[in-house]
Design a protein around this ligand. Structure first.
Ligand code: R5P
Length: 299
């Protein structure tokens, strides 16, 4: 297998696999048109597999990222790879995996169809926003990897959080919090109730089981932090109800605008994975990706 990618996440995935790494070199025309090109160490030979591990950088426009991804996938197909695994560490546009209001697109389906039409033979992602939607979105095999144990390894080494209660900001994160609580040896967890207005995006948070929080540290766990509203509101509620220290753990550090600054103001620790490159991408997802890609190749 060859790994085509744009950052150290792809390079490390290749190392774990013992595979060649083909870096993507970027060129952008003045009007924003992208012209990526991957460098090989020799010609693509018959029957070879490529895994495309393209990673979004914090602050990068998601639309440019997706277009870049599509172009690289197209180039890999044209180069003659027999099989292509599209590995998108953060599944861009996955929040819109269904229609919330009439006449909206199911954007995740548009991304899935495009990947398939361009020649992807399998799709691999980490902590999909709604994992159960993947089989409905893709006709090719789709794999959702959980980063919970990757994040858990990191925080389990921090004694200041040895008494922590695990907090899910909404029911979407409850499963993650439950698994996390189990991995940390049976910690207590609670799931807040979050409502987001589908038209304005405004969040209202209703904390639950707040008696658990008093005098204990809290680990808030979520799939992603984008604008930061969810995490900040949850952290504030935890402090208000007596949490002594707060760690914010999430898989995807999208961290738009001043989200990171807002988080720093209310959390003692901020830990994310490197599915997106950022200064808080402390937990490495490359072993997870390598394992999944190796499994696919064995099938
Ligand atoms: C929502 O359901 C997700 O799991 C996240 O909680 C949400 O997308 C985070 O967005 P923001 O950081 O903008 O509140």
């Amino acid at each position: 297998m060859k790994v085509i990618g744009n950052t150290s996440l792809a390079e490390n995935t290749a190392k774990w696999l013992g595979a060649d790494y083909y870096p993507v070199l970027e060129r952008t025309f003045a009007d924003g048109e992208l012209c990526p090109r991957f460098e090989t160490s020799g010609n693509v030979t018959l029957g070879q597999t490529a895994a495309i591990v393209m990673q979004q950088h914090r602050g990068e426009n998601i639309n440019a990222y997706l277009m870049d991804y599509f172009l690289v996938l197209n180039a890999a197909k044209d180069a003659g790879f027999a099989k292509i695994y599209a590995c998108m560490p953060y599944f861009a546009y996955s929040r819109q995996h269904k229609q919330y209001l009439p006449n909206q697109p199911v954007s995740a389906l548009t991304v899935a169809r495009t990947l398939e039409n361009l020649g992807a033979d399998a799709f691999v992602t980490v902590t999909a926003h709604e994992p159960s939607s993947l089989p409905e979105l893709f006709t090719i095999p789709s794999i959702n990897l959980s980063a919970t144990s990757t994040l858990c390894d990191y925080v389990s080494k921090k004694p200041e959080f040895s008494d922590a209660v695990i907090v899910a900001p909404d029911d979407g994160a409850e499963e993650m919090a439950k698994t996390f609580a189990g991995l940390l040896g049976g910690r207590k967890y609670t799931c807040f109730e979050k409502k987001r207005d589908v038209r304005t995006g405004e969040i209202t948070m209703t904390p639950k089981n707040v008696e658990l929080l008093k005098g204990k540290s809290a680990i808030i766990i979520d799939d992603m932090v984008s604008g930061g509203g969810t995490m900040v509101e949850t952290a504030r509620a935890c402090s208000h109800h007596g949490s002594t220290r707060i760690a914010s753990l999430f898989t995807h550090p999208i961290l738009c605008g001043n989200a990171l600054e807002k988080l720093k103001a209310c959390c003692d620790e901020i830990i994310a994975t490197n599915t997106i490159e950022s200064e808080v991408s402390k937990a490495d997802a490359s072993p997870l990706l390598a394992q999944a890609l190796a499994k696919l190749e064995k099938k």
